[in-house]
Design a protein around this ligand. Structure first.
Ligand code: FES
Ligand code: FES
Length: 156
């Protein structure tokens, strides 16, 4: 079936099988490999993207379900060579180790800070509860979110 969707501000029209996952459309067809596959079962959040502004696990979304939507992936955040402030803060605060989970975390945090520019640590933890990290122990990730929020408020 034919679907049309916008990804990172670009419009695409694709012929897909009914069972194609959005994750595979993004990674294999559109070559947006920043979105990762961890569990493939909706448990780890490595595949998080925004659909119409809402964080979702793209491993659980079929491409036809994304027909007509606006998808944002990690590739849509940086401004050319300039990292998005959330990306920069993750690096600066040591919230990135192996980096496999990082794109998913950053997409969840992006949605959080868009709606709540000054979250409490509890609100941060709740926003990232669907994202798993095996490396950092989460403290540095929460610190990164606080740093990003501070910088984004200063610059707004
Ligand atoms: S790969 Fe989608 S939630 Fe783990
Ligand atoms: S940095 Fe390795 S899983 Fe999070």
């Amino acid at each position: 079936m034919k679907i049309r969707l916008t990804v990172n501000g670009r419009r695409f029209e694709r012929e897909v099988d009914a069972e194609t996952r959005l994750l595979d459309l993004l990674r294999e067809d559109l070559h947006l490999t920043g979105t990762k596959e961890g569990c493939g079962e909706g448990e780890c959040g490595a595949c998080t993207v925004l659909i119409d502004g809402r964080p979702v696990n793209s491993c659980l979304v079929l491409a036809p379900q994304a027909d007509g939507t606006d998808v944002l992936t990690i590739e849509g955040l940086a401004d050319g060579d300039r990292l998005h402030p959330i990306q920069r803060a993750f690096v600066d605060a040591g919230g990135v180790q192996c980096g496999f989970c990082t794109p998913g975390f950053i997409m969840s945090v992006y949605a959080l800070l868009r709606d709540n520019p000054e979250p409490t640590d509890d609100e941060v933890r709740s926003a990232i509860e669907g994202n798993l990290c095996r490396c950092t122990g989460y403290a540095k990730i929460v610190e990164a979110v606080r740093l990003a929020a501070d910088r984004m408020r200063e610059n707004s």
